[in-house]
Design a protein around this ligand. Structure first.
Ligand code: PGA
Length: 252
């Protein structure tokens, strides 16, 4: 049985007060949710504050992106080493917004994954197809390429630390979710492919779903056999909605 991992990706939203208010509200209830892992992923400037606020709880903090090098002349970037030093435990990699707006490729994803694994943090690697790729019948080809180029350089032992987030690009921030059946189909395909490459490790891999997950659709999505959690944007910014999702996941 895989343990569900629910992560809130705050994207470029928050200020100091927001961080304190949201974490205080979530923390008050999250200690009751023993069956799931809860991860909050604020903008990196607020990671230290979030770590401090969650110290006495089971909530873990992540960062939204890292540079693949450990240090150096890369103005504006942060490294995995810095995320680790700030006590973040998770790193989002290859989010579709990074791919779309910052030109991130699967090759770059592969380098970033290696940096995160080397430092003992948990990468959450985002993959997913665009609408035109799905409609032209290329969904499986696109997913397979993202897996191959982004992850297949890892040994099975290294891979065992990876979380995958399947996020159909057309479902992110649009209010359009994949139906639970559509999502399950892709998750099962991902697990099958991972099994071919990494053998029995694929059965243990956490595959989150992401894309307009909210407090009304979470239960059906999370009930699917190959959906092991959620990566949540918009709904993770509202304590009430996020808590409903955590509670739902905890009961499954
Ligand atoms: P959304 O974002 O829940 O707002 O669709 C999900 C994500 O981008 O990770």
């Amino acid at each position: 049985m895989r343990r569900l991992v629910i992560a809130g990706n705050w994207k470029m939203n928050a200020d100091k007060k927001f961080v304190t208010d949201l974490i205080t509200a979530i923390k008050a209830r999250a200690s009751g949710f023993k069956n799931i892992d809860t991860v909050l992923i604020p903008p990196s400037l607020y990671v230290a504050q979030a770590v401090q606020l969650t110290k006495d709880s089971e909530i873990k903090i992540g960062v939204q992106n890292i540079h693949q090098e450990a240090k150096g002349a890369f103005t504006g970037e942060i490294s995995t080493e810095m995320a680790k030093d700030s006590e973040a435990k998770y790193v989002l990699i290859g989010h579709s917004e990074r791919r779309q707006y910052f030109g991130e490729t699967d090759q770059l994803v592969a380098l970033k994954v290696s940096s995160v694994i080397k430092n003992g943090l948990t990468p959450i690697v985002c993959i997913g197809e665009k609408l035109e790729e799905r409609e032209s019948g290329n969904l499986e080809k696109v997913i397979k390429k993202q897996l191959t180029d982004g992850l297949y350089h890892l040994t099975p032992e290294q891979f065992s630390n990876v979380i995958i987030a399947y996020e159909p690009v057309w479902a992110i921030g649009t209010g359009k979710t994949a139906t639970p059946q559509q999502a399950q189909e892709v998750h099962a395909f991902i697990r099958k492919e991972l099994g071919i490459k990494f053998g029995s490790y694929a059965e243990k891999t956490i595959i989150q779903y992401g894309g307009s997950v909210n407090d009304s659709n979470a239960v059906e999505l999370l009930s699917q056999s190959d959906i092991d959690g959620a990566l949540i944007g918009g709904a993770s910014l509202k304590a009430d909605a996020f808590l409903v999702i955590l509670e739902t996941a905890n009961k499954l």
